[in-house]
Design a protein around this ligand. Structure first.
Ligand SMILES: [Ca+2]
Ligand SMILES: [Ca+2]
Ligand SMILES: [Ca+2]
Length: 293
């Protein structure tokens, strides 16, 4: 192979590497009833935890899913150091169950330390799904498969979380929303059951994503009947402004409580304060003018 060919192949490999799925797991290739650790790159949390079982009781795809019981702490490692990514997990939580289980994504795992970026709680006792520790909540959906999706742009240290197609939390720091002083990396998934009577995961993936660094981008449409309403489109335009106005008027804190101050020199600038008021409006105008970076 001549040098030019080698360079071309290297370039292609780099391109395909940047754009390829890191995980696309449907649990359908495993024997029903088998434990997952040791299969498909899954393992039990390094310092201890309980395994989980491949189940046919529920499935989002094919015949199988993963059933996690109290103590299950199931990890899949990655080594991602930047870029745009979409994290997806389908979850089935039976209405007969009580207690809490979690979808976790770490930016560092085991080496050199543990640092959490995403921790979403499925709480069958309080009947909520909660993004920790920004405290955003939505009602939990029981007895059906529900998509949890995290869209992250590691390069600008931001992510959004969607549950059941609804925005749960947006413009969260990757390095600071759960733990502090994290890194702009993806080190592992952790499917953890603290005390939930039993919950199913299926179609767990980590795919190349599209999330831009556009904090003013909230929607692809200003029409509430358009499927693009509330779904980012990578552009900051009039639709975003009118969408924000809708959420502002509706006092939707998840979207419209952006700040405690409209003064960039105030420590409360960019820190939600539990009120949707004029400061939030002027703060959004700042984001809108900023566009995409
Ligand atoms: Ca499946
Ligand atoms: Ca937009
Ligand atoms: Ca506010």
């Amino acid at each position: 192979m001549n040098r030019k060919m080698i360079v071309s192949c290297a370039a292609l490999a780099a391109l395909s590497g940047a754009a390829s799925a890191q995980l696309s797991e449907n649990f359908d290739g495993y024997t029903a009833g088998s434990t997952i650790a040791g299969q498909g790159g899954w393992e039990v949390w390094y310092s201890g935890g309980t395994d989980a079982t491949v189940s046919t009781a529920q499935a989002h795809s094919g015949a199988n899913s993963l059933f996690i019981v109290p103590g299950s702490d199931i990890v899949h490692r990655f080594a991602i150091t930047g870029g745009k990514w979409t994290l997806t997990a389908w979850v089935y939580s039976p209405s007969t169950a009580f207690g809490d289980a979690y979808f976790i994504c770490m930016n560092q795992y085991e080496i050199p330390a543990d640092n959490w970026s995403v921790q979403v709680k499925f709480d069958n006792t309080l009947l909520v799904v909660e993004s920790q520790f920004d405290d955003a909540q939505l009602p939990i959906v029981l007895d059906q498969w529900v998509e949890l999706r995290v869209e992250v742009n590691l390069d600008c240290d931001q992510h959004d979380i969607y549950y059941n197609g609804q925005l749960l939390a947006s413009n969260l720091d990757w390095t600071g929303n759960v733990s502090t002083n994290g890194t702009q990396t993806i080190a592992c998934y952790d499917l953890y059951n603290a005390a939930h009577d039993g919950l199913y995961y299926d179609d767990v993936s980590l795919q190349p994503g599209l999330r831009g660094c556009c904090p003013g981008d909230l929607t692809g449409s200003s029409d509430p009947n358009d499927p693009a309403y509330g779904v980012r489109d990578g552009l900051v335009d009039a639709a975003d402004f009118f969408y924000f106005l809708d959420q502002f008027v509706a006092q939707n804190f998840a979207v419209a409580d952006l700040t405690g101050s409209s003064d960039p020199n105030d420590p409360l600038y960019g820190v939600p304060d539990g009120f949707v008021d004029a400061a939030d409006f002027f703060y959004y105008l700042d984001l809108f003018v900023q566009g995409c970076v």
